[in-house]
Every structure is written in structure tokens, then in C-alpha cells.
Design a protein around this ligand. Structure first.
Ligand code: FES
Length: 166
């Protein structure tokens, strides 16, 4: 009996280790930062190396900022930040329910919040569960292939005036 328990313990331990490595790998893949420069409350991020449907997470004023280059299977949206021919979601990575950090599931093109099961689509719109509003778009300015977080450029002002940023 005890050897059977030992076997079960080892088998379960093995599953946990494999799960842990997979989770770490998934985290690494989803949390790759892009080249960025921080100065006086602004973070300048170079988007030219962004890969489609891979979430990049930058930091701006202590908050995680999600940067997601849309792939061809992802619907375009008036909240998209357009840089050259590419469409990006740029949003504060905090769930609008109670502030947890949602994870991105690229195969489903969705963010899921582990705290209470809220979900957002790849444009940041709330699509399931308790979140009351979309992921918030921070002030940004497009500068060539770069985006300056913290500076309200004309593209951001237009979105804000149209009520699309929050
Ligand atoms: Fe995200 Fe509650 S904090 S669903």
C-alpha cells in the first residue's frame, strides 16, 4: 500500500513539475518586453520588433501595459492604435473589475482574468463575467514605429473624445 502511495506521489509530482515548466514557458512567451526607454513619466516603446498575436508587457508609472500586435485573424477595432500598416491593442493590463492582471490566450485571441473569470477580447472589450468596462487605454503618442506612453497625442485625443479609451 505504501509503495502504491509512493508511486502516486511521484507520478503527481512529475505532473506538477511538467505543469510548472509549461506555465513558466507560457509566462515567458506572454511577458516578453519590447525595447523601451523610460524618462520622466514617459515610456517610449519601439514596436518594430513586435510579433503578431504575442503579448508584450511594458511598465508605465508602475502599471503593466499590454501591447498586442493583431494578427490577420483578429478583428480590427476603433480602439486600435495604428502604426504603419499594423494594428495594436495598447491598454493598461489591469482587469476593470477589481484590478487583477489578466493573462492572454493567443489561440483564443482572448484575455482571461483568473480572479473571477472575467474575459476580454483582443481589442480589450469585456466579453464575459464581472468586468464592467473595457481595458483602459493609457495616454499615448505614435512617433514613427515607436509609441510614447504617457503623452496624449492626436490619435489618443481623438479616441478619448469619442469615449473609446475607458
Ligand atoms: Fe478580474 Fe474580478 S478582478 S474578474
Amino acid at each position: 500500500m505504501s509503495s502504491r502511495r509512493d508511486f502516486m506521489g511521484k507520478a503527481l509530482g512529475g505532473f506538477t513539475a511538467v505543469g510548472g515548466i509549461a506555465a513558466l514557458y507560457a509566462m515567458k512567451r506572454t511577458w516578453d518586453p519590447l525595447p523601451s526607454v523610460k524618462a520622466a513619466g514617459f515610456t517610449t516603446v519601439d514596436l518594430s520588433a513586435a510579433q503578431p498575436n504575442v503579448l508584450n508587457v511594458e511598465k508605465w508609472r508602475g502599471k503593466p501595459i499590454f501591447i498586442l500586435k493583431k494578427d490577420k485573424d483578429t478583428k480590427q477595432d476603433p480602439r486600435d492604435v495604428v502604426v504603419g500598416n499594423d494594428h495594436f491593442l495598447i491598454a493598461i493590463g489591469l482587469c476593470t473589475h477589481l484590478g487583477c492582471i489578466p493573462a492572454y490566450f493567443g489561440d483564443e485571441h482572448k484575455f482571461k482574468c483568473a480572479c473571477h473569470g472575467g474575459e476580454f477580447d483582443a481589442s480589450g472589450h469585456e466579453i464575459f463575467g464581472p468586468p464592467p468596462s473595457p481595458l483602459v487605454i493609457p495616454p499615448f503618442k505614435v512617433d514613427g514605429t515607436k509609441v510614447v506612453l504617457g503623452e496624449a497625442g492626436p490619435e489618443y485625443k481623438k479616441m478619448k473624445d469619442a469615449g473609446l479609451t475607458a
